[in-house]
Structures are given as C-alpha cells and as structure tokens.
Design a protein around this ligand. Structure first.
Ligand SMILES: [Zn+2]
Length: 268
C-alpha cells in the first residue's frame, strides 16, 4: 500500500510540476516588466493574438506547433519548453529522493522552493535583480518547511538562517567598506537567509561551498576555454549570482545532510 502512495505521489508531482512550469513562464516574462500575472490572458507576444486552451498545453503545444505561433508564425522561445520540462523533472526529483526519508509534505515544500529558485535565477540572469515578491514567497515556503520537515529541528534551521544570511551579509558589508560599492546584490543576502532557514545549517554549508565552486569553475572555464571576456553569466562586470546559489541550494536540498555527515566522518 505504501508503494501505491509513493507511485501516486510521483505521478502527481510530475503533473503539477509541468503545469506550474507553464505558469512560471508567465511569471518570468511578466513580473520584471511590471505586468499583471493574471490579465491579460495568455497571448502571442508578437502578434498579440489570444491563445486558445489547446495552444497552452505544457510541452505538447510547443511540439505540435514546432515552436511557432499558430496565428502569425513567429518563433516562440525554446525557453518556454525548457522551463516546463525542467520544472517537471525537478518536481519529480523531490518525492524520488525525499518521500521515505523526510515525508511527502517536505517534498512538496522543496518542490515549491525549487520552482521559486528557477524563476528567480532566470529573472536574475535577464535583469540582474530578484523581485521582492518572489523573495517573500521563498521565505514563506522556508517557514512552511519548519513544520513539514521531520528530519531537521527548528533550531538547526534558525542557525541555517543566521549562517546563510550572515555569511553573505559579511561579504556585502565588506565590499562596501573596501570598494565603496556593492560587490554583490543584497538580493543574494536575502535569498541565502531564507535558504538557510529551509536547509538547516549543515546543508547550508554544503550549498554555499557548492555554489562558490561552481561559480569559480564557470568563470575560469569561460575565461580560459572560450577566451570570452564578456559573455553570459560571468563575463560582464556585473553578473547574476542567483543561478549558482540556486544550484547549490538544489544540490543541498537533495543531498546536503548526507554530504555533510559523510565529509565529517572522513575526519572523525
Ligand atoms: Zn503570433
């Protein structure tokens, strides 16, 4: 019977992940432009034609219409397809890794958190800021995690908030004093405070180390291998750090505590 619940949960998570991924595309496009999320109804951004329900089926519509608008033939960004698929896979990862160890409710909290991280990352990459409305949602989801998490106590989570927020607040203040300007966005500080609350302090350490290692590797690769002085995430003077943090938080949500305990066990 437990097996039946597990499979049902996985199917439901995948379906919800797909539908929510479709909604995330709306948020990623409209929120930074100051547009209403509900109105007007979905329409082609080129010709303005209202989309019918059958133009809006996640993944399927994109494939059937071969990535073009049904009405004017304009190309639809493959990002729509990618975000739906990615969000579906990420949602499925949550019950697969957490259902038996931390319970279905914590898996749901993590799935919501991961969708918010995906949205914040893509908005940060395009606009170099994270909307406060998403930060508030992420914080509330992290608070929900306190009640849903059977494995990590609230004290551990509070230490996580202080550690994650404090670590980046230190760099934020230090760069102000040393260089008289923001070395990193304050959005990253808020993001890591909430992430710490969601993760607990052990997994927070894992997420920060992971994010910094991936960011450094990415910057070095871009400089050396591609010899690109000014491209994408890391090339320009200012770059979005949220995608690296999101990757670190995602890895830490799935494997953070196990990685931390495994690492410590090497030395004691
Ligand atoms: Zn069109």
């Amino acid at each position: 019977m437990e097996q039946y619940y597990y499979i049902t949960a996985c199917v439901l998570f995948a379906v919800f992940g797909l539908c929510i991924g479709s909604f995330l595309n709306v948020v990623i496009y409209r929120l930074p432009r100051g547009m209403n999320l509900a109105k007007p109804a979905s329409h082609c951004t080129t010709c303005g034609h209202k989309l019918a329900w059958y133009d809006n089926i996640p993944l399927l519509s994109y494939v059937i219409l071969r990535g073009k608008c049904r009405y004017c033939g304009a190309r639809v960004s493959p990002r729509y397809f990618a975000v739906e698929l990615l969000n579906c896979v990420l949602w499925l990862c949550c019950p697969l890794t957490m259902y038996f160890s931390r319970g279905v409710w914590f898996a749901l909290v993590c799935a919501l958190a991961i969708s918010l991280l995906l949205t914040m990352s893509l908005i940060d990459m395009e606009n170099l800021f994270i909307p406060d409305s998403l930060q508030i949602c992420f914080f509330l989801v992290a608070v929900g995690g306190i009640f849903a998490d059977g494995a990590t106590g609230w004290q551990d989570k509070l230490y996580g908030l202080l550690l994650g927020g404090g670590f980046f607040l230190f760099f934020y203040c230090a760069s102000f004093m040393l260089f008289k300007r923001e070395g990193m966005g304050f959005g990253d500080v808020k993001l890591m405070a909430s992430a710490g609350l969601l993760l607990g302090w052990k997994a927070t350490v894992v997420s920060v180390v992971f994010a910094i290692v991936v960011a450094l590797a990415d910057i070095v690769l871009r400089k050396i291998v591609f010899r690109s002085g000014n491209a994408g995430l890391a090339g320009s003077e200012e770059f979005a750090f949220a995608p690296y943090l999101a990757l670190g938080i995602f890895a830490a949500l799935l494997f953070g505590n196990a990685l931390f305990d495994g690492y410590v066990a090497l030395f004691v």
